[in-house]
Design a binder for this molecule. Sequence first.
Ligand SMILES: Cc1ncc(COP(=O)(O)O)c(C=O)c1O
Length: 418
Amino acid sequence: MTDDGLCTGGAGLARCREQFPALGMEISGYPVAFLDGPGGTQVPRRVAEAMTSYLHWQNANSHGMFATSRATDEVVERARGRLADLLGAGSPDEIAFGCNSTSLLFHLARMIGRDLEPGDEVLITELDHEANRGPWLALRDGGVVVREARVDTATCQLDMEDLAEKVGPRTRVVAVGAASNAVGTINNVPAVRRLAHHAGALLVVDAVHYVPHVPLDAVVMGCDFLVCSAYKFFGPHLGVLYGRREAFERLRCHKVEPQLDSIPHRIETGTPNFEGIAGAAAAVEFIAGLGTGGTACASERAAVLAGMRAVEAYERGLAKRLHEGLTAIPGVRLYGPPPGEPRTPTISFVVKGMTAGDVAEELGDAGIFVWDGDFYATTLIKKLGLAGRGGLVRIGLAPYTTREEIERTIEAVARVAQ
Ligand SMILES: Cc1ncc(COP(=O)(O)O)c(C=O)c1O
């Protein structure tokens, strides 16, 4: 283990960065700092190579009686195993693949909705990305009542009292984010689970922003369904669904007649993105390497957990410095949970007198790539009164982020804010 805590091959951060060709990019003479991770991370060589290798040597449709088709089946099965390791699923057949998390949530809501009656309730939150709101709001067409747990705009945390009051005898689903992609809040999912399960409701968790930053155990979390997106953790553009076996087996899926009815196939309509699936497995293997450097571990799950723990610890240190540095700049206002509260290394702010877009553009011109806007968390941004003002500037960290990049970013924001 190196002093930065990252262990890829024993050389830590430098070895980690070497694996990402994009990190060598320059813009107008500036090395690029990719702080846009919550919108999608960079991709290490092994992920791109796994996808190329699939397309060159294994490319076929699944379930055929010849070598490349069998190889494809193996690629998919192996990937389910790797994703089960990452998410802490009980078994690989609780892992399904789809286009992206938004499409998977629309699918899921429509299928759960088949068993709901007018007057049944779904609880969503004001903090969530629209991907975990829109699919449930659409059920209003069938008479389902959709309630919304309030966000506390001072801290960008869920108002848990309000959430508890809104879970009632007709609640059938509670849909909540594990972490906010806009401001980094980590929600108290165990408390939400207790409320949901006490009411006999399903718990659906959007873990898209959580999975890249925090070790996850879906079984311990106790969710019924969970989604994440491989492109947020070094993989290709692919959505992943975890379904707890009993809940998944009860789901009445819309499927074409010849499609397998067993889990997870029942939700995977059409031909999957095999090359993306191969890449997602390689992304999990990359994470495992960050913790163990390839040395033997008790299990693949243990290796992935070691990787995620290393990522979490490394990013936490950088985020603390970034938070302190930005807080000290006059004219900069940070949004999100106060220091000490659970959060991801995603830090959002506004600069007095400037739109978020103008700030992001100036940083971008200096080789510092950050996002601006509402990040599809439109309800939160409206509640914060920022909708007409261009939303927030968002800085996201990754295990390839350096201390030097953080210092450069603090200096650049101070310059922009002058
Ligand atoms: C928290 C969160 N949920 C859902 C999504 C949507 O994911 P996808 O692009 O895979 O549909 C995103 C994407 O940014 C996100 O950050």
